[in-house]
Structure formats: structure tokens, C-alpha cells
Design a binder for this molecule. Structure first.
Ligand SMILES: Nc1ncnc2c1ncn2[C@@H]1O[C@H](COP(=O)(O)OP(=O)(O)OP(=O)(O)O)[C@@H](O)[C@H]1O
Ligand SMILES: [Mg+2]
Length: 376
């Protein structure tokens, strides 16, 4: 069982909500679609489910074109962003609905509803009406309702947005466990990049109706194809700094008001664009270290001085917000340290060593990466 969408287009009036999307979800694959509000995630899912007509493009399920196949004949289970539970039916009947409409025997309906309710911890709510539920409870009913029967494919549209942190964590595990049991192709939509990174076998970042990059979470994190993807993925967000590339006798130099770095040879070899001119430098917070903690040679070529403004303790260490004064105003930098930085550093200048092998470079105009993918 596979899902293959090719050049999907959906227009609402003049505007293309989905403007040529390609998605392939393999046998048993958990595929996550992530992107900002309004980028076309729900519309894409609804086209796959058959709830929205496809203006252009081709949709195949198991190599069979299904553009014109009715939703119920696609045998896809979908969890909706806005729950879509029936207000006049009780929780039990809501969950049982899909089984009844498929003429499932009564004993099996009772068994399956019980199982689904147990999975999402809503056994105690089976006799209530939806209006007697909290948002988070309604969300879990919607999950149970969609997942109570075995489908050929699963679509989730931000199913966890109304759950508190702990329930969300639990529900993520429940969804993944269900997936491991059934191994059916799944498309999971979220705007939460950390959910995408932790759940997806592969993921796609969507922007304004198009897919900006597809790959494993690790590929998108380590080799973002654009400034947008780099900024969207990772918390705290990547530092983006306008700089200038130039060449001297020893190689390539990156100059910004805050620093002068020397581009390591490994990156020079991967450079695709011109080696001179403006560039946007991307530096992830966890690639800035105190010189003492750095696991690489520290020198003038990879160090900058920044004033610490705020230190935030995290489970792993500290997030440090710092600034560098420059001619055109100040540059804000975020650094994630593995260790605790004591509060007495607030207001002080500290050296920050950048792990330059992990630097990202983007074209300031096209915003695409200037680095070829690392073969290693
Ligand atoms: N039925 C509709 N009629 C007109 N415009 C629509 C319709 N449905 C969606 N849109 C528009 O299409 C675009 C994509 O909407 P969509 O719901 O797919 O976004 P989304 O990525 O799911 O966003 P969110 O994260 O907020 O749920 C938006 O600009 C939205 O306003
Ligand atoms: Mg949506």
C-alpha cells in the first residue's frame, strides 16, 4: 500500500492553495507534513482523502489512479483538525459510527470501541455528549473515532494541538504504536516542527502551497535546502547573519560586523555559488560553544565576542541570549550550551566558538543553500 501524489493543484478562486505538490508515501511509512498556518496542509490532506476535488495532478493509491474515486471507496481513515465529531451523538456512538456504516457485527463493534477508548483513555467518557467534553477530550474522541477500524491508509490533521504537554506526549506514542502494528502509509500534518522531527520517517516542509524540501528529519535538520527550512526547523531557531564572502591567499573568509570566520576546507569543497559577495550565514544555537567546551580547535578564525543578555536554564543546559554591537545596530545571537552558565555572566562579554564545519550558507536573494549536500 502506497500513496503517490504528483503535481497536485487546488485553486480557491484566483489563488492556488496547493500549487503543485508531490508526495510519495511508501509501504508502512510515517510521513509528516509540516509548515506554517495557511500553507496548504489541510487542503493537501483533504485531496488525498477525497474530500476536496483535485484541480490538476494525479493521485494514486497502491498504483491505482483515484482522482475520481469516492472518499469511502478509498478506505482512508482521517483525523480532522476540527474534530468532526457528531454533536448529537454520544461518545460511544461517535466512535462506533464508522463501524456501523460498514455493517460490522455488534459484538465486534463493542470490542473495537472498547479497545479504541482504552487506547486514548476515554473509557469513562463513553456515555457523554461531545458538548460535555473539554477540547482535549474531544480531540481524543476524534482520534478513537477515526482509528477504530482498520483502514488502508491514515491521515492526521494536527490531531494533538489541543492536548497538554503530557497527554500530547502520550498520544504521540499511541499513534506511533498503532502505526507500528498496522504499518499502513500515514500522512501526519502538524505545524509543530519538534513533533515532525520526532515522529516522521520522512518529512516535508511546505510553504505557500509548495513543498520546499523533503527528506528524513535528520537531512532537513543538518542540510536545509533553504533559509526558510533552516529557520522553521530546530528550537531555538537558527541564527541567521548577513555577511560577505571573500577570497584571500589561504582560502575563503566570511566577514560580518560581528566576526571574521575562515571557511573550513570541507565546506569550501561543497560551495556551489560564487565565492565572493553577500551571503546569509546560518549558525545553529547548539553549534556555538564556550571555548572550554568546544570539541574542536578554537582560535581567532572561529570565535566571536558577545555580551550575555539573558540565561535560560533548560533540561540539557542553558540557552544564552547574547548580542554583538555592530555598525548597523546590534546583532542578536542565541547559543545552546550543554552545561549550566552561571547567572553572574549576565551583562558580561564572553567568547563564543562556532563549529564552522556545521555552518550553513544561503544565497541572500534566492534564499537557497549554497552548499552541496555532504556526501558523508
Ligand atoms: N474552502 C476554501 N475556500 C477558500 N479558500 C480556502 C478554502 N480552504 C482553504 N482556503 C485557503 O487556502 C489556503 C490553505 O489553507 P489550508 O487550510 O490548507 O492551510 P493549512 O496549512 O492547513 O493551515 P493551518 O495550519 O492554519 O491549518 C489558505 O490561504 C486558506 O485561506
Ligand atoms: Mg490546517
Amino acid at each position: 500500500m502506497t500513496i503517490m501524489a504528483s503535481k497536485l493543484i487546488k485553486r480557491f478562486g484566483e489563488k492556488s492553495a496547493v500549487a503543485g505538490v508531490d508526495i510519495t508515501v511508501g509501504e508502512g511509512e510515517f510521513f509528516v507534513l509540516v509548515g506554517p498556518s495557511g500553507c496548504g496542509k489541510t487542503t493537501t490532506l483533504r485531496m488525498i482523502a477525497g474530500l476536496e476535488s483535485i484541480d490538476e495532478g494525479r493521485l494514486e493509491i497502491n498504483s491505482r489512479p483515484v482522482n475520481d474515486v469516492r472518499p469511502r471507496d478509498r478506505d482512508i481513515a482521517m483525523v480532522f483538525q476540527d474534530y468532526a465529531i457528531f454533536p448529537h451523538l454520544g461518545v460511544y456512538d461517535n466512535i462506533a459510527y464508522g463501524l456501523r456504516s460498514r455493517r460490522t457485527p455488534g459484538a465486534e463493534i463493542r470490542r473495537r470501541v472498547g479497545e479504541a477508548a482504552a487506547t486514548f483513555r476515554i473509557e469513562h467518557l463513553l456515555r457523554r455528549k461531545p458538548r460535555q467534553l473539554s477540547g482535549g477530550e474531544r480531540q481524543r474522541v476524534a482520534l478513537a473515532r477515526a482509528l477504530v477500524r482498520d483502514a488502508q491508509a491514515y491521515l492526521y490533521d494536527e490531531p494533538l494541538s489541543n492536548l497538554d504537554a503530557q497527554l500530547r506526549h502520550q498520544a504521540r506514542e499511541d499513534i506511533l504504536q498503532l502505526h507500528r502494528r498496522q504499518r499502513k502509509p500515514t500522512v501526519y500534518v502538524t505545524h509543530d516542527q519538534s513533533e515532525a522531527l520526532s515522529m516522521g520517517d520522512r518529512m516535508a516542509v511546505m510553504r505557500a502551497g509548495r513543498i520546499e524540501q523533503v527528506g528524513t528529519p535528520r537531512e532537513l535538520y543538518e542540510a536545509p535546502a533553504s533559509r526558510f527550512v533552516a529557520f522553521f526547523i530546530g528550537t531555538p531557531s537558527i541564527n541567521l547573519i548577513e555577511a560577505e564572502l571573500s577570497r584571500d591567499d589561504e582560502g575563503i573568509v566570511i566577514t560580518a560586523p560581528a566576526f571574521t570566520f575562515r571557511l573550513p576546507e570541507r565546506l569550501t569543497a561543497r560551495l556551489t555559488g560564487p565565492v565572493e559577495g553577500p551571503v546569509t550565514v546560518g549558525l545553529r544555537p547548539e553549534d556555538l560553544h564556550t571555548p572550554r567546551q568546544a570539541k574542536f580547535a578554537v582560535g581567532e578564525h572561529n570565535t566571536l565576542q558577545a555580551a550575555v543578555e539573558l540565561i535560560e536554564p533548560t533540561t540539557a543546559g542553558s540557552t544564552v541570549y547574547a548580542t554583538v554591537a555592530g555598525p548597523d545596530g546590534r546583532l542578536d545571537l542565541t547559543a545552546s550550551f550543554a552545561g549550566r552558565l552561571p547567572d553572574r555572566y549576565v551583562g558580561q562579554e564572553v567568547p563564543l566558538a562556532a563549529d564552522l564545519d556545521r555552518l550553513h550558507l544561503f544565497d541572500p536573494v534566492s534564499e537557497t543553500s549554497l552548499l552541496r549536500r555532504d556526501p558523508s
